[in-house]
Design a protein around this ligand. Structure first.
Ligand code: DHK
Length: 148
């Protein structure tokens, strides 16, 4: 039997998401990651917490996924552009789900309604589930799926 799953959710965000608030607001909205972290506090059920992180660095994102495995934390992952080409992030995501931990892939926009290069995800096939196209509500829905 595997160890218990933590109630502290890692909310990991990939490249350029540190620019939320000013980056293409017509696509990504005008709220930033601090607003997301605050919203997640309100969305978390009693006894659950979340921690929002962002990096433009693929190796740092992979290290955080390894950390999730080692500390048995569920993951909400917006891999941003890494979604579309990173086999290294995919391989790290597999470690999370194969450890019996939920990993929900999220996107603020709906990549399927955008450029063709965004319509392939290396992550989706190894994620527990995917939520896309609902703005920051994509994260709310992912949190609801994890906290059940
Ligand atoms: C964010 C990005 O930065 C893009 O590279 C993805 C995703 C879509 C989002 O909608 O959150 O294509």
């Amino acid at each position: 039997m595997s160890a218990a799953v933590s109630r502290s959710v890692l909310v990991l965000n990939g490249p350029n998401l540190g620019r939320l608030g000013s980056r293409q607001p017509e696509v990504y909205g005008s709220a930033d990651l601090a607003d997301l972290a605050e919203a997640l506090v309100g969305w978390a059920p009693e006894g659950w917490t979340s921690e929002v992180r962002q990096t433009d660095d693929e190796s740092e994102l992979i290290a955080w996924l390894h950390e999730a495995v080692d500390t048995r934390r569920p993951v909400i992952l917006n891999p941003a552009a890494f979604t579309h080409y990173s086999y290294a992030v995919r391989d790290a995501a597999v470690l999370v789900t194969e450890a019996g931990l939920p990993l929900v892939e999220v996107h603020i926009s709906n990549p399927h309604a955008r450029e063709s290069f965004r319509q392939h995800s290396t992550i989706s096939a190894v994620a527990t589930g995917v939520v896309a196209g609902f703005g920051f509500d994509s994260y709310r829905l992912a949190l609801a799926a994890i906290t059940g």
